[in-house]
Ligand binder design. Structure first.
Ligand code: AMP
Ligand code: GLY
Length: 452
């Protein structure tokens, strides 16, 4: 019996928990959660494991609990735990950990480290960038680029501290004012701002299992960061995402996919040369597909949320074996076998999300009918009261993933399933629709046409 520790409690971790419980090996799931996720808690109980609530970014608390439970293998969902060094502490205690150490997770947690590393080792697919501890210098670069920039805190902000011209920033003056605000308030915990050339194109996500020099890709996914339909509103952690049956995307060809994965391979290699350390765990590359090919927006040292829900819903190979092999350094294509199905994920979020989400709103969930509609439900930020009622807590409430032969069918399944969750929540109806996908394809065709 392998006892697998899962750290985290979002929709992503619920999907990881169900993949762990599907494992052919005799496995029991032990979940360490920041707050109780009723879906994860139920899975742990059903398969003979258990769950506990504590601070996921306290290495001491996680390691103590793991020790008391005789954990052999661990995997970590959220970046806050990676940045805090939970993997390091577990590894020191002899736990086999299929997530990166703190120093490797800097690919995500320190954007300036990441950009400088890529530059030093000549990893392709990087936009022009500058890192500035003072506003005047940042302003110079912003004006030189005509205000066509992305302004980012150098540290972690859960994807919400980034502002892009034409989306959140009107002109160079606004961009400069925001750059100064980031520096003055040390937004993201580091007193510096990263200014990047604004990349034009379509975004896509590539996630890969990595162990040392081995890297195997999963189906490409497109996430939707903006809160409202038609790509409007404030940035969020991600409102939903889709993947296609051929594991590419309607606007991402095999060549683009391979180029993206190659950028990831080179980054892992650069990290090894720089730090002497092997990257182990899932690596997430966020790319902008431009007229010149994929360019890297950022890395995450973990699965994406919601993107984990797309790929894990169609994972056919054994996830626990993949975890074991990432630790052993032997992960291979056999560990990344996915059904030839499309997926569409829609996140239900409390009304008012993300700026003033309604907390404590009751929701009801008809899981049987969601299943009959051809979809899966993964709980996110949901509180279960002692009498079994489910209440929103402010963050994303639940991910619904439709699975079908094509994106259209998966979208219809997800949409139908969303109607079986009732309460003061909303979701983006446009994600995965034929109209939205066609807009993406046309946009990409225009971009490619322009760069010819
Ligand atoms: P990040 O937290 O770095 O993923 O940034 C959040 C979002 O900002 C991304 O998903 C992109 O939509 C956008 N973004 C970040 N960097 C750039 C860039 N250099 N050019 C255009 N858009 C960007
Ligand atoms: N979906 C974006 C993220 O997980 O960071």
């Amino acid at each position: 019996m392998v006892k697998v520790l899962l750290v985290g409690n979002g929709g992503r971790e619920h999907a990881m928990a169900s993949a762990i419980c599907r494992s052919g090996e005799s496995v029991s799931l032990c979940a360490f959660m920041g707050s109780n996720n009723p879906g994860i808690a139920r899975l742990a109980k059903q398969n003979g494991g258990e769950s506990v609530v504590g601070s996921v970014s306290s290495p001491e608390s996680v390691a103590k609990w793991a020790e008391s439970r005789g954990i052999g293998l661990a995997v970590i969902g959220p970046e806050s735990a990676l940045e805090a060094g939970v993997a390091d502490r577990l590894s020191e205690n002899g736990v086999r950990c299929a997530s990166p150490l703190k120093s490797a997770a800097r690919l995500e947690s320190d954007k300036s480290f990441c950009r400088n590393l890529m530059k030093k080792y000549g990893v392709p697919g990087q936009p022009e960038f500058g890192i500035f501890p003072d506003g005047a210098k940042a302003g110079e670069m912003i004006r030189r680029l005509g205000g066509n920039v992305a302004v980012k805190p150098a540290g972690l902000t859960a994807g919400k501290g980034v502002k892009v011209s034409g989306v959140h920033l009107k002109d160079a003056a606004e961009a400069e004012a925001y750059a100064r605000e980031v520096i003055d308030n040390s937004i993201g915990g580091i007193r510096a701002v990263l200014v990047e050339e604004k990349l034009e194109g379509e975004e896509f996500t590539l996630q890969a299992f990595v162990s040392g020099s081995r890297i195997v890709g999963m189906p490409a996914v497109q996430d939707h960061k903006l809160a409202f339909e038609g790509d409007r509103g404030p940035n969020t952690g991600g409102m939903g995402s889709y993947s296609d049956a051929n594991h590419l995307l309607p606007f991402v060809g095999r060549g683009d996919y391979d180029e993206g994965l190659e950028i990831m391979r080179k980054a892992v290699f650069a990290l090894k040369r720089e730090t002497g350390e092997d990257y182990r765990g899932v690596l997430y590359g966020q790319f902008m597909l431009t007229g010149k090919g994929p360019e890297l927006i950022e890395f995450n040292a973990r699965f994406g949320d919601p993107e984990a829900m797309n790929v894990l819903s169609v994972l056919e190979s054994d996830y626990v074996e993949a975890l074991e092999r990432m630790v052993d350094g032997t992960v291979s294509q056999k560990d990344a076998r996915f059904a030839g199905k499309a997926t569409v994920c829609k996140y239900l979020v409390p009304s008012g999300y993300p700026d003033s989400p309604k907390k404590g709103a009751p929701i009801t969930v008809d899981e049987r009918r969601i299943g009959e509609a051809g979809a899966r439900l993964y709980f996110g930020a949901v509180h279960e009261s002692p009498d079994g009622r489910l209440l929103t807590t402010g963050s994303r409430t639940a991910g619904i993933v439709g699975v079908a032969d094509g994106i259209g069918g998966a979208e219809a399944a997800a949409e139908r399933a969303c109607s079986f969750v009732r309460g003061d929540v909303f979701h983006r109806r446009d994600i995965g629709t034929a109209a939205l996908v066609a807009r993406r394809v046309e946009h990409m065709a225009r971009i490619r046409g322009r760069s010819r």
